[in-house]
Design a protein around this ligand. Structure first.
Ligand code: HEC
Ligand code: HEC
Length: 396
């Protein structure tokens, strides 16, 4: 008993320690160093909610992909990835246009098809036989998400070159979306399709889409092809299911937002001479044109978010690199995918949006379209420079 209390105290000191010492680098899953005690408390409550396993009585389902956020975001620490992938489906017509499938009553279906449903499973979405586009998507880690949120729209718009005016073959597009939480037009940056701009809206979308928990921003249940009356029978809990705590007035989506905002970026691996050489090769052959090494946050009254360098290795723009999943979503076209951040790459497998690349090398070999030139230059590298480049990627 006493031992356990001592241990608990030690954990608390360690946690508060990492939470209050500025400049100290944080590990995977740690809070940002330098949080104020009240912020650390918000982070902790958010972490609890992120880990919380929901039941049907609490609103889980009727269709869902997992029972907690952490089920899909836990490798190598809470906030990371997992082997769960989600399924989306659509219809490609004879002229190649891709659009939604139709439900039994002819209305367009959402492209998300849930993996699971609550008993007796009469609200389990099924992919209609007409589907000829079926795509899988792996999770994206959320380490450092608050810093990514704090990068101003103008920075991303400034990087965009939709008509390739500079003629370098790369035409990144800023994904302008209407943020459901604020109603404002914003540059999306979260998700494989840059479908959301803010962490609150992404959390609300994930709570409904992944777990079937309706909330202030997404108050309607979703199960592709299931009629509203049937949905009510499968899940009689009144919507929205995520209700604010009476005392704090915070709902789970607010707590997820706080956890994501205050979660530290992934720590970098050891930087050797080969890694430094590899980073130069990465820039020379044009990888850094999309995987931009560092972006800066806007000026902020909050010292932890004020003009901070964010070494994410992404422009957060939409590109066609020949791997597109065929699913149109938010402002993204079927063939467009957001440049993934490469920070934390060494702890993430499998790679690419659909998890079809086992190694960074395999991932690079799949680059086509706007990344054709960069890939060709990679293929022409001599073995020494190629292994430097791969050592660099393994340090991220
Ligand atoms: C079934 C697995 C699963 C569950 C459960 C899940 N996620 Fe995710 N998460 C994903 C996948 C897959 C993506 C990429 C989705 C996409 O772009 O379509 C993702 C992406 C994200 C991102 C975007 C990160 C970025 O930088 O682009 C955030 C934020 C996020 N999830 C938060 C959450 C929160 C909060 C919850 C709980 C409410 C949650 N997730 C539950 C699988 C899951
Ligand atoms: C035109 C923009 C562009 C260029 C240039 C580019 N990439 Fe990418 N990269 C992307 C996009 C977009 C993806 C995501 C593709 C997908 O998931 O389908 C990606 C994915 C990756 C991945 C897998 C990451 C993950 O999370 O799954 C790696 C590794 C990678 N790129 C490395 C490189 C290297 C090395 C180079 C230079 C040889 C390079 N890229 C050049 C846009 C680019």
């Amino acid at each position: 008993m006493i031992r356990r209390a001592v241990l608990a105290c030690a954990t608390l000191v360690v946690l508060l320690g990492t939470g209050s010492m500025p400049g100290q680098s944080a590990g995977f899953g740690d809070p940002l160093p330098g949080l104020l005690p009240a912020e650390f408390e918000r982070f902790r409550i958010g972490l609890d909610d992120f880990l919380e396993v929901e039941t049907a009585e609490e609103g889980l389902g009727p269709a869902f992909n997992a029972t907690s956020c952490a089920v899909c975001h836990n490798v190598p620490a809470i906030g990371g990835v997992s082997l769960v992938s989600e399924v989306r489906a659509a219809y490609r017509d004879a002229s190649g246009n891709i659009g939604p499938l139709s439900g039994p009553d002819g209305s367009p279906l959402d492209t998300l098809f849930h993996l699971f449903s609550t008993p007796p499973h009469s609200c389990q979405p099924r992919i209609p036989a007409e589907a000829n586009v079926i795509a899988r998507r792996v999770p994206i880690p959320v380490f450092g998400a608050g810093l990514v949120e704090a990068i101003p729209d103008e920075v991303l718009q400034g990087l965009a070159d939709p008509d390739d005016r500079d003629g370098d073959g790369i035409s990144g597009r800023a994904a302008v979306v209407t943020d459901v939480g604020t109603g404002r037009a914003r540059v999306g940056r979260f998700g494989w399709k840059s479908q959301h701009a803010t962490l609150r809206t992404f959390s609300a979308d994930a709570y409904r889409n992944e777990m079937g928990i309706t909330n202030e921003l997404f108050p309607q249940e979703l199960a592709a092809g299931v009629a509203p009356a049937q949905l009510k029978r499968c899940d009689p809990a009144p919507d929205p299911e995520d209700v604010p705590n009476r005392r704090t007035r915070l709902a789970a989506i607010d707590n997820f937002e706080a956890f994501l905002k205050f979660l530290a970026p992934p720590p970098r691996g050891p930087i050797t001479g080969a890694v430094q050489d590899g980073e130069r090769v990465f820039a020379q052959i044009g990888c850094a044109a999309c995987h931009i090494p560092v972006l800066q946050t806007e000026s902020s009254r909050h010292p932890l978010f004020d003009r901070k360098n964010v070494p994410l290795f992404s422009d957060l723009l939409l590109h066609d690199v020949g791997t597109g999943d065929g699913i149109p979503q938010a402002s993204a076209l079927p063939h467009e995918i957001r440049t993934p951040a490469l920070w934390g790459l060494r702890v993430r497998r499998p790679l690419l949006h659909d998890g079809t690349a086992s190694t960074p090398l395999e991932g690079i070999e799949r680059h086509r379209g706007e990344a054709e030139d960069a890939r060709r230059r990679f293929e022409q590298l001599d073995p020494a420079r190629r292994s430097q480049l791969l050592a660099f990627l393994d340090s991220l």
